[in-house]
Each structure stands twice: as C-alpha cells, then as structure tokens.
Design a protein around this ligand. Structure first.
Ligand code: GAP
Length: 462
C-alpha cells in the first residue's frame, strides 16, 4: 500500500460529493446545523446534531483507543481551556501566532494574504489595491474575573498541546513512565481565523486530538518516521481510500527553526489537497521554553545513563471536525439503480457509523410492534441502534442508507411464526434470513466483515 507516487495535483478525486452536497445532507439529516440558525447563524460556527455528535464521538473513541488505550506508552490528560496567560508567552503564541492580514483599500474587507488569489479582492473584485500585509494574532481572548480591565486578560487555548508540556513533570512523576512515552488530549481549541471557509474544515472553534511523544534526542528522527506511518495507517482504518491520502514532508524553508522534520497528512478534497493532520518534530523547544519562563526544571533523568536530559517531542496533531468532514465526503455515493430509481449511500465504516443497526418492523400493525420492540431492546446494549416504523419499508431503507447505517433488521409477519428476521446490508442491498436466537452474533459477524482492512506498518510506504 503506497501513496508515494501520487503527483502534486493528485489523481482526479473520486469523491462524488462537493461541499454543497455534504453541507445540505448534514443539515437535512441532523449531522451539522448552522449555529443559532433562528438568529441568522454566526459566521463559521456550527452546532452538531444528533447524528453528528455520534459520528464525532466515534472518531474520538477510535483515536483514543488507538493512541492511548491500546498502547502501554501513552497516557491521557485534560487540561484547562483558559489557563495562565504566561503559558502563551512562553510558547511563543503571544508574539508569533500570527497570520498575514491584508485589507482591500476599496471595500475595506480583510483577508489572509495567502488566501487572496490573483491579487483580486474576494469581496468586491477590485484588482491590486491591497494594504501591505501586517501580522494578525489569531488567539481569541477574554477577561477572567469580576474586574473588567486588562489585568484579567486571558486566552482561549489555540492548541491543546501546551497542556501536555506544562504538565510534563506532573505526568512523569505520577506515572513513572520511562522514555519514550506520550501524553494525549482531546479538546476544543480556538483561533480567530481571518478567513473561514469550506464548512467545518476551518472554523474559529474546533476540536483537536493531539499527542506529545517524548523521546530521547538520539532517536527522535526515527520516532518521527514511525509516527508518520502509524498515523497514516489510522486513516486507512477509517475507510479513507489510499488514493485520497498522502504524506507531504515540509520543505526546509517551511520548518520552524526548532523542527528537524514535519509532515502533513493531506486529503484530496474536491477543492484540492488539504491538511487533516500535522506530524511535527518539535525538538526540545517547548520544554526548554517553559523551563526558562517558569523557572522550574523540566528534564528527564535517565536511570540507564545517569544523565538529565530534555526530551525531544514528536507531535501528531489532528482535527476532529476536519476528519468528520473528510469521512462524510469520502463516504458519499449517489447510485442509479435499475428501473430509474436512485439512492444516496454513506459508506461509513461500521466503527464510525452513527447508527450500526436499524430495526424496522415491516408494518406499523399492532401485531408486529411488541416483537420488533423486544428485538430492539435485545440489540441496544451491543449496537448503536435506531427504531423506525414511519412510512414504507423502501423509504426507510433509503433513509438508513443516507445516514450510513450498515445493517437493517426487518421484522415481518413471518417473524411471528418462524422466530427469524431479515438482515439487509447497506452496500450490496443483499438480504439474509437469520433466527432471532443467533441475531447478535450474525450482526457482529457482518459488521466485522464490513470494516476496512488495516494494513500492517510494513505495508505502508511513505
Ligand atoms: N499543536 C500543533 C497544532 O495545533 P495545527 O496544524 O495548527 O497544529 C492541528 O493543527 C490540526 O488541527 C490541523 O491539522 C487541523 O486538522 C486542525 N485545525 C487547525 N486549525 C483548524 C481550524 N481553524 N478549524 C478546524 N480545524 C483546525
């Protein structure tokens, strides 16, 4: 399995959906709503609906399992969103977390300089009349406490990463972890992005999944190479096709002064390649900065060599919302069926599908309902279920296809006499009859068979 040969422009995207299609499906089916829509919404803010929260939760769970629970070298952390502002001075965010901002001298619209194409104002179309770029700090701030003056100024964290650095000593002493070890966190981050576009791809409030992997400086480059493969593998495991993924190593002129190597995992979106995750080699920068600014020693004592050292850090950093958008674009297919019919199918991998099994009584007649509800109760502890008895069975299958439910269980009048039900598969529309007594096992078997194959690390060439 390789993506090394993918050219700069990438292959033609096989993603069928454009952003508009996904935005509309997301709203129609309760994945994502414009925030506070009854008040006209709020720029680039979104509220996640009943299916969206399930999808996001599944993404987080998959990440947490792979990065923390299934490993013995990574532990978790939840740090405060609003913390001591000194953290952001030490990290360099107060001075350097900026984007270049230009102003159109004709309409006064403000834009990120590198988002302006062909020197043309995206708002009024005027060509070549922009101010000189100036540095715009992207941290959002607030006033903490009852006194509304600058002494209470604090920042909404622009990344979760600093929580791991400032807690390095706490985590190391309480867990007694030896190098290499990682600290992982999932949580909201905030950035006052100048340009927000592409739905939930770039917003001002978003959720990150970051892990700081502390290692010996001598092994840091091979550690970085390992995490590039491991993280790419995780995206394959979610069902993203290899031709839509690539690893792009940063050029030397893109690297921060302290970084020996950084790579982005990029997705081939309908609008081109875009970053979904960064894997940065941060060297000893962050621990050194916090040690200098706090006056505390942030080193590791190596019992094998009897030396104190500042570990180096490799950081895989991903965005939950961006992964969710990627999975929705990847999953979408509009199929034209025999007889002029068509259907929209979201081919979510079972592990991330908001609903894994829908229970559908063939008719609403009283005679079927108690049996169907009893089956629903039996399945609820094991699967993410939905019970639907409204409208024709054909329309209900289409509804489940459109939200990506891999399996439907149909309860019909024969069920009352043969104690069996029909399992209908989303992707093939194939139907099989199974006894209720073996239903849980049969559904588990079908779901496992539908999961994408996860390649071994050796199979991944980067
Ligand atoms: N600690 C390193 C760090 O924060 P980053 O590349 O700025 O690195 C990591 O962010 C990931 O967070 C990105 O790859 C992206 O998935 C997500 N992300 C960053 N800014 C975002 C935004 N404005 N909206 C949505 N997701 C964002």
């Amino acid at each position: 399995m390789t993506n090394a040969q993918i050219p700069e422009d990438g292959p033609p995207s096989e993603m069928q959906a454009d952003l508009e299609t996904i935005t509309s499906l997301a709203k129609r089916r309760g994945f994502v709503f414009p925030s506070a829509e009854i008040y006209g919404g709020f720029a680039a803010a979104y509220d996640y609906g009943p299916l969206g929260v399930e999808l996001k939760r599944n993404i987080r769970d998959r990440w947490w399992r792979a990065m923390v629970q299934e490993r013995d070298d990574v532990v978790g952390l939840e740090a405060a969103i609003i913390t001591n502002p000194a953290v952001w001075v030490a990290s360099g965010h107060v001075a350097e977390f900026t984007d270049p901002l230009v102003e159109c001298l004709s309409c006064q619209g403000r834009f990120r300089a590198d988002h302006v194409e062909a020197n043309t104002c995206p708002n009024c179309g005027t060509v070549g009349k922009f101010s000189e770029p100036r540095k715009f700090n992207m941290m959002l701030s607030t006033i903490v406490g009852p006194v509304a003056d600058e002494s209470g100024r604090a920042f909404m964290r622009p990344e979760t990463a600093q929580g791991m650095f400032v807690n390095f000593d706490n985590v190391q002493t309480t867990t007694r972890k030896r190098l290499p070890f990682g600290v992982a966190q999932i949580g909201k981050s905030f950035r006052n992005e100048i340009t927000v576009k592409q739905f939930i791809f770039r917003t001002r409030e978003f959720e990150q999944m970051e892990m700081e992997y502390f290692c010996h400086p001598a092994t840091s480059l091979e550690t970085h190479a390992y995490w590039k493969k491991e993280r790419l593998r995780w995206y394959y495991s979610l069902g993203i096709r290899p031709q839509h993924l690539r690893l792009r190593d940063h050029r030397p002129d893109e690297l921060s002064h302290y970084s020996k190597a950084t790579a982005d995992i990029e997705v081939h979106y309908p609008w081109g390649w875009g970053e979904v995750e960064g894997i940065a080699h941060r060297g000893a920068y962050d621990l050194t900065q916090h040690a200098t600014h706090s006056g505390k020693r942030l080193t590791y004592f190596d019992p094998d060599t009897n030396e104190h050292l500042v570990p180096h850090v490799v950081e895989p950093a991903a965005g939950v919302d961006r992964i969710m958008l990627t999975l929705m674009l990847e999953a979408y297919e509009e199929q034209h069926l025999d007889g002029g019919d068509s259907r929209v199918v979201m081919h979510f991998a079972p592990a991330i599908a908001p609903v894994t099994v829908a229970i559908l009584p063939l008719s609403r007649k009283d005679t079927l309902e108690p049996t169907a509800r009893r089956i629903w109760e039996m399945l609820r502890p094991t699967f993410r279920t939905q019970y639907d008895d409204a409208q024709s069975i054909g329309r209900r299958y289409r509804r489940q296809d459109e939200i990506g439910t891999p399996l439907c269980v149909t309860v019909d009048f024969e069920t009352l006499t043969d104690d069996a039900v029909t399992i209908r598969e989303r992707d093939t529309m194939a139907q099989i009859r199974v006894p209720i007594a073996g239903l849980i096992g049969a559904l588990q078997g079908r779901l496992a068979a539908l999961e994408p194959r996860v390649p071994s690390l050796d199979e991944i060439e980067v």
